[in-house]
Design a protein around this ligand. Structure first.
Ligand code: ADP
Length: 343
């Protein structure tokens, strides 16, 4: 159990939980070591930090790391979502407004359109951009101050080769261990002024798909329940009572995960089957199936990847059967209750 001040002013905005320094950032040990070295080297050489790319599933900490790097390098951070960049001119004007050593964080960089990506290449490599003011005019070239690009994407493979080659380093963010997730939510609960017990934190972490954002979201829902019953203590009982309200089962699977498992087991007899076919039968779009559902099922060992496609594991089969049974019994109870009420 951890101790904390009683809840006075409760702040549940995600940004309030963002660690400010690399030292405060939990997990991703290898990444932090390399990043520390790069920052130290750039500082010692009085050089601009090289461009870096972060890739990994949503909620693993890419945006947080960009802010930390800006803080550690004492640089200003400019954040742009790549899908919002319409024309190369928009990107060129953002680039020419950067001051020396500023950091440009391009989120979802894989979504950058081809002509904008080409504008970015010369800025990354030679710190200049060439744009045409009209279709038939000659391109004009403008200088860009030395800056650091931090690109963030769920899938590094989606980036064009020339862009990948221009990053000084690319970091693959890994799912977090249970212990790391426990530390993250323990800290957040403390900041919100809630007491917690270790087992309750573990029960949340187990259902968090290896992802801090999910862990923090589940914690906030537990906080909601605690507040509604005027409690400042989050124990296992409260967590176990909250999870079904959120549609999460004992492992933390959501409806979309169960649909994936059901399609793989009931339509493809456990596999092997291709991701596209499973997603279509489960009624999921490809991006959700690939980036959110499947990584969690693989992490929990419920599904395995084979050269011929995905197949369900023994644990996945067992979970599907258990859930199907418990769902059936819940329905049966409901029907009985409805019958009794009607009589
Ligand atoms: P991404 O950009 O990869 O989608 P974010 O950086 O927005 O993810 O992180 C989502 C949430 O998880 C934020 O509230 C952030 O503070 C928290 N978070 C992510 N990684 C960590 C970590 N290693 N330690 C503490 N909090 C983290």
């Amino acid at each position: 159990m951890t101790t904390a001040a009683p809840p006075t002013q409760i702040s549940v905005n995600e940004r309030n939980f963002r660690p400010q320094t690399l030292g405060d950032f939990i997990g991703q040990r290898q990444l932090k070591q390399t990043m520390q070295l790069m920052l130290y080297s750039a500082k010692t050489r009085k050089a601009t930090l090289e461009h870096v790319a972060f890739f990994g599933g949503p909620g693993l900490g890419k945006t947080t790391l960009a802010a930390i790097i800006a803080h550690e390098a004492n640089s200003r951070l400019h954040e742009i979502a790549a899908p919002s960049i319409g024309r190369p001119g928009d990107l060129a004007s953002a680039l020419t407004m950067l001051q020396p050593n500023d950091i440009l964080f391009l989120d979802e960089i894989h979504a950058l359109k081809r002509d904008s990506a080409e504008t970015l290449y010369s800025a990354m490599e030679d710190f200049k951009v060439s744009i045409k003011l009209s279709k038939d005019s000659d391109p004009i070239t403008m200088k860009v101050h030395p800056f650091t690009l931090i690109g963030s994407t769920t899938d590094f493979g989606l980036l064009p080769g020339p862009m990948r080659a221009r990053f000084g380093h690319s970091f693959h963010l890994q799912p977090y261990t249970l212990d790391e997730l426990v530390q993250i939510i323990e800290r957040a609960a403390e900041k919100m002024g809630f007491f917690t017990e270790e087992e309750a934190l573990q029960a949340i972490a187990r259902r968090s798909r290896g992802t801090p954002r999910v862990a923090l979201r589940l914690l906030r829902r537990c906080v909601d329940v605690a507040i509604s019953s005027d409690e400042d203590f989050i124990d296992t009982e409260l967590v176990e009572a909250t999870m079904p309200i959120l549609g999460l089962d004992a492992l933390g699977l959501e409806e979309a995960d169960r649909q994936y498992l059901a399609a793989l087991i009931e339509i493809y007899r456990g596999g092997p089957a291709g991701l596209g076919a499973i997603a279509a039968n489960a009624g999921l779009d490809m991006s959700t199936a690939k980036n959110i559902v499947e990584p969690a099922l693989l992490l929990m060992g419920l599904v395995a990847r084979t050269p011929r496609g995905r197949r369900v594991t023994r644990a996945g089969h067992k979970h599907h059967q258990t859930f199907a049974q418990s769902a059936a019994s819940v329905n049966w109870n409901r029907i009985e209750a409805a019958d009794q009420a009607a009589n």
